[in-house]
Design a protein around this ligand. Structure first.
Ligand SMILES: Nc1ncnc2c1ncn2[C@@H]1O[C@H](COP(=O)(O)OP(=O)(O)OP(=O)(O)O)[C@@H](O)[C@H]1O
Ligand SMILES: [Mg+2]
Length: 280
C-alpha cells in the first residue's frame, strides 16, 4: 500500500499502565492500516485492548496510560502533535461514536442544539440558522423522519436506536475523514443493530470516510468491514481480508470467536446460540 492509499497507519502501538510491578501493557506492539475509504474491524473479547487502541489513536487515553509507537493519519504523525493541534483533528477529521449514546448526549439540551454546537465548535463564522440547517440535514441523512421537528426534541424523547442515529448525525455534520465506532450497536436489540450497521455502511459509501468498527461480534464486523484485526490480551492474533477471516480463520482463537456467533447450523438447521447474550 502506498502512502496515498493509506489513511491511517499504526505501527508498534503499545499502551501500558505502568505500575510498581512493571509496564502492564494492554496493547502490545500493534500494526494495522486503514485504507482511504476502507473499513477496518477490530474484534476480540472483553479486555483485549480494543477501546484502548481507539483511544490511543484519538489521543484520549485515561490518565496514567503510556503510549508508544507511531500513529500516522493522512501523513501526519499524531503522536508528535501538541494537544491543541490534536484537538482540531478530533471531531473535525477523526470522529468517534461510542457504545452508549446517552452518556455522550447531554440530557438538558435538545439534540439539535448539541449537533449545532458540535458543528459550530469546528467551523468558524457559521450562523445559528446555518448550523440548524446542517443539524436537520444530518438527521435526515441518518433517516430520522420529521427531522425539522425532531431537531427540537431532547435525548430522552428518542429510543436507543434513534439516539445512536443522533450521535451518528452529530458525527456526520463534522464531515470526518475517519469514523471510529466503538461497539456502536452493543446496547441495541438485534433488529436495530442491523439498521445501524446498514446506516454505517451507507454513510461510508456516500462520504468516502474511513471506518474503524470495534466489536466483540465477528459477524457484525464481517458484514460491514473489508479488513479485520483480531485481538487478544493486547496482542494481534491475526489480520486479513474480512471475507477470509470469516470463512477461513487461521488461528484457534478466531475460530472460537466465530463459534460464539449465532448461526444456522448447516446440517440440522437449528439456531445455535453458543455465545452468551450479554450486552444485548
Ligand atoms: N485506567 C486503567 N488502568 C489500568 N488498566 C486499565 C485502565 N483502563 C483499562 N485498563 C485495562 O486495559 C485492558 C484493555 O481494556 P479495553 O477497554 O481496551 O478492552 P476492550 O477490548 O475494549 O474490552 P470491552 O470489549 O469490554 O470494551 C483491560 O484489561 C483493562 O482492564
Ligand atoms: Mg471496549
Amino acid at each position: 500500500m502506498t502512502i496515498s492509499d493509506t489513511l491511517l497507519r499504526v505501527r508498534m502501538l503499545t499502551v501500558g499502565f505502568p505500575n510498581i510491578h512493571g509496564p502492564n501493557e494492554v496493547v502490545k506492539s500493534l500494526d494495522f492500516d486503514v485504507a482511504r475509504g476502507g473499513a477496518l474491524g477490530i474484534v476480540g473479547e472483553s479486555g483485549s485492548g480494543k477501546s484502548m487502541t481507539s483511544l490511543a489513536v484519538m489521543g484520549l487515553l485515561p490518565k496514567g496510560a503510556k503510549r508508544t509507537g507511531s500513529i500516522e493519519f493522512d501523513g501526519t504523525e499524531l503522536t508528535a502533535l501538541p494537544e491543541r493541534a490534536m484537538r482540531s483533528v478530533r471531531g473535525d477529521r477523526i470522529a468517534m461514536i461510542f457504545q452508549d449514546p446517552l452518556s455522550s448526549l447531554n440530557p438538558y439540551y435538545t439534540v439539535g442544539t448539541q449537533i449545532m454546537e458540535a458543528y459550530r465548535s469546528h467551523r468558524t463564522g457559521v450562523t445559528r440558522r446555518q448550523a440548524r440547517n446542517v443539524a436537520i440535514e444530518a438527521m435526515e441523512r441518518v433517516h430520522i423522519s420529521d427531522a425539522a421537528r425532531r431537531v427540537d426534541h431532547y435525548p430522552h424523547q428518542f429510543s436507543g436506536g434513534m439516539r445512536q442515529r443522533v450521535m451518528i448525525a452529530m458525527t456526520l455534520s463534522m464531515e470526518p475523514e475517519l469514523i471510529i465506532a466503538d461497539e456502536p450497536t452493543t446496547a441495541l436489540d438485534v433488529t436495530v443493530q442491523a439498521q445501524i450497521l446498514d446506516l454505517l455502511a451507507e454513510i461510508r459509501a456516500d462520504t468516502g470516510a474511513g471506518l474503524i468498527l470495534i466489536t466483540h461480534d465477528l459477524a457484525v464486523v464481517s458484514e460491514v468491514t473489508d479488513h479485520i484485526v483480531v485481538m487478544r490480551d493486547g496482542d494481534l492474533v491475526e489480520q486479513g481480508p474480512a471475507e477470509r477471516i470469516f470463512t477461513d480463520p487461521q488461528e484457534p482463537y478466531t475460530r472460537m470467536l466465530l463459534d460464539a456467533v449465532p448461526r444456522i447450523d448447516d446440517e440440522i438447521g437449528l439456531l445455535r446460540t453458543v455465545s452468551t447474550e450479554e450486552g444485548r
